[in-house]
Design a protein around this ligand. Structure first.
Ligand code: ATP
Ligand code: MG
Ligand code: MG
Ligand code: MG
Length: 568
């Protein structure tokens, strides 16, 4: 690409309204422009990077045996009613109406659509297993879109859905996808960790998130320094230092809204405090004497399902809040992929005494379901996130090996063994070997393609700008031409090098814009090209090119053979 014929528009000033470095640098480099809240235009430069990420994802999905397809972004209400998610998905689901007053949604995920495709296409176990994927635009009406494309409303997701005759096959594919994801994030040059995530409201047997480690991450991961243990803790579980209530003898006396620490709650209930971040009990208390409270036990951002709760001692005759009730109380989304907003207190469903609630808390405070924190009150402020380290770092790890550590992470991928929730709801069957109609087991596997672009910058930048990992750089090499208009020999040499590199399969940009060296180098550094070659009159006289890696402190003068060897 000749930059004189491309569209680059960088900015010198750091945009004031961007909070995190990736958002700042993407704006400064001119990769994205805001259209409206959570809606971004990808500039030609930004799109090159997005396409590189897509390319790696596509290659590895294909290599893993998944088959690419594409489903509509606008989907009919009737389809979403089959699974109940039209009502249950919550406010993240953008609903629209056509001229005939028919209702549709803009797809936030595509379990319904793919299951519908499957039931029309596949009849026999002989056609299984199969894994369909697409790389398309999704829309979620996020309550707080922020950080640019990191948490946008419209974003690019790779979503894959596998179908299986039995659970063994599902688990084999789950493992296969897990491995493919590990290859994808490794190839993209990201420092990441796969962590166990909660299967929560969706049920299912296994779920892992792939977290890119970065201080700006909205999630926290907890891992052991002595074993393979690693789990996700959404920051919602963090105990906020918050305003402390006055000493109080009973929960009833606690004013709301208020946010309490573990210590406060433990002291109030007179229970020993145990801390892990595997779970958190959420309690909603209504302080105006209406005795509304309850309860949902939440792990990660999902309500622990009833099966798990039923096993807990101390549940007594509590009625569990249903997903729909909790969703309604939270104005949130309980369904698959829809996190409960654990930052808000849960409105109370059952009518129980404070003492009974204390029993519950004690009952819940057992291995695997320790209380990490308790929030109550309504419309709580966002928890302060800085303190999560204090919650658990240093505790022994659940597997008894090592000490827990916490690191911030950005969720870039999520694999999920779904089971038969969708195939049953949508009456999707195949014939098994005995000729019997059975519901296939399903898995689903998402990657935040556009979020990866921002996540990579969080991990790879310096004061001068972005430092792209090779695999997602807009170009591998920039050939910078000094004074091309006045020096035809330099221009010709740069053109020759540019052609040669491209012919060798090295994606190269020729900076023939005729900018002064300082401005040109600043741009090339800002937009993060991994390798820079300067072609100048002085260099040509000496028979050398000035080469500098984006990550290197110094440049070096190399003859052409040495340069090509370096870039090959
Ligand atoms: P988050 O916890 O960040 O809200 P999620 O768990 O709701 O994400 P999934 O439903 O698991 O997201 O979707 C698969 C992937 O899509 C996520 O792992 C993430 O990388 C990406 N993703 C989800 N929401 C957004 C968003 N608003 N903007 C950009 N990428 C997103
Ligand atoms: Mg989400
Ligand atoms: Mg999540
Ligand atoms: Mg997720």
């Amino acid at each position: 690409m000749r930059l004189s014929q491309f569209h680059l528009r960088t900015e010198k000033e750091t945009p004031a309204d961007a909070e995190i470095v990736s958002h700042k640098l993407m704006l400064k480099a001119g990769m994205i422009r805001k259209l409206a809240a959570g809606l971004y235009t990808w500039s030609p430069l930004g799109l090159r990077v997005l396409r590189k990420v897509e390319g790696v994802v596509r290659e590895e999905m294909n290599r893993a045996g998944a088959i690419e397809m594409a489903m509509p972004s606008v989907q009919p209400k009737e389809l979403w009613e089959e699974t109940g998610r039209w009502a249950k998905f919550g406010p993240q689901l953008l609903k629209i109406r056509d001229r005939k007053e028919q209702e549709y949604c803009f797809t936030p995920t595509a379990e319904e659509a793919v299951t519908d495709f499957f039931r029309q296409e596949i009849a026999s176990y002989k056609q299984l297993p199969v894994n369909f994927y697409q790389i398309t635009t999704k829309f979620r009406d996020e309550i707080r879109p922020r950080f640019g494309v990191m948490r946008a409303r419209e974003f690019v997701m790779k979503d894959a859905y596998s179908f299986h005759i039995d659970d063994d096959s599902l688990h084999a594919e789950y493992r296969n996808m897990y491995d493919a994801y590990s290859r994808i994030f490794t190839r993209l040059g990201l420092k990441f960790r796969a962590v166990a995530a909660d299967t929560g409201a969706i049920g299912g047997s296994a779920s892992h998130e792939f977290q890119v480690l970065a201080e700006s991450g909205e999630d926290a991961t907890v891992f052991s320094d002595g074993s393979d243990y690693a789990a996700n803790v959404e920051l919602a579980e963090a105990v906020s230092p918050g305003p402390r209530p006055a000493a109080s003898e009973s929960l009833r006396d606690v004013e709301t809204p208020v946010q309490k620490t573990c210590e406060d709650v433990a002291a109030l209930l007179d229970i020993p405090l145990q801390r892990t971040v595997k779970s958190v009990a959420m309690i909603g208390v209504d302080a105006d004497g209406n005795d509304q409270f309850v309860l949902a036990l939440v792990r990660g951002d999902h309500v622990v399902n009833e099966i798990k709760l039923a096993k807990l001692p101390g549940m007594g005759d509590y009625r569990l809040a249903t997903e729909a009730e909790i969703a309604e109380a939270l104005g949130s989304e309980p369904g698959f992929l829809g996190p409960l907003n654990a930052k808000k207190a849960i409105r109370v469903i059952a009518d129980r005494s404070v003492a009974a609630m204390a029993d519950f808390v004690v009952g819940a405070n057992r291995p695997g379901f320790h209380i990490a924190g308790v929030n109550w009150g309504r419309d709580l402020p966002e928890p302060e996130t800085a303190d999560i380290r204090n919650v658990v770092a240093g505790d022994p790890s659940p597997d008894g090996k090592g000490i827990l550590q916490i690191a911030r992470g950005i969720e870039v991928g999520h694999v999920f063994a779904l089971g038969r929730k969708y195939s049953e709801a949508m009456k999707c069957t195949v014939l098994d070997a005995a000729g019997k109609a059975v519901n296939p087991a399903m898995g689903c596997y998402g990657i935040g393609v556009s979020r990866i672009v921002a996540a990579a910058i969080e991990q790879n930048h310096d004061d001068a700008g972005i430092r792209w990992p090779e695999a997602m750089a807009p170009w591998q090499v920039a050939v910078c031409v000094i004074n091309p208009k006045n020096d035809p020999a330099v221009a010709a040499a740069a053109e020759a090098l540019y052609s040669e590199l491209n012919a060798a399969g090295i994606d190269t940009a020729l900076d023939d814009r005729g900018l002064r060296p300082g401005a040109m180098f600043a741009d090339i550094e800002l937009i993060g090209i991994p390798h820079r070659v300067v072609v100048s009159g002085r260099g040509l006289e000496a028979g050398t090119y000035e080469y500098r890696a984006r990550t290197a402190a110094e440049s070096e003068n190399l003859d052409k053979a040495a340069l090509l060897a370096k870039l090959a």
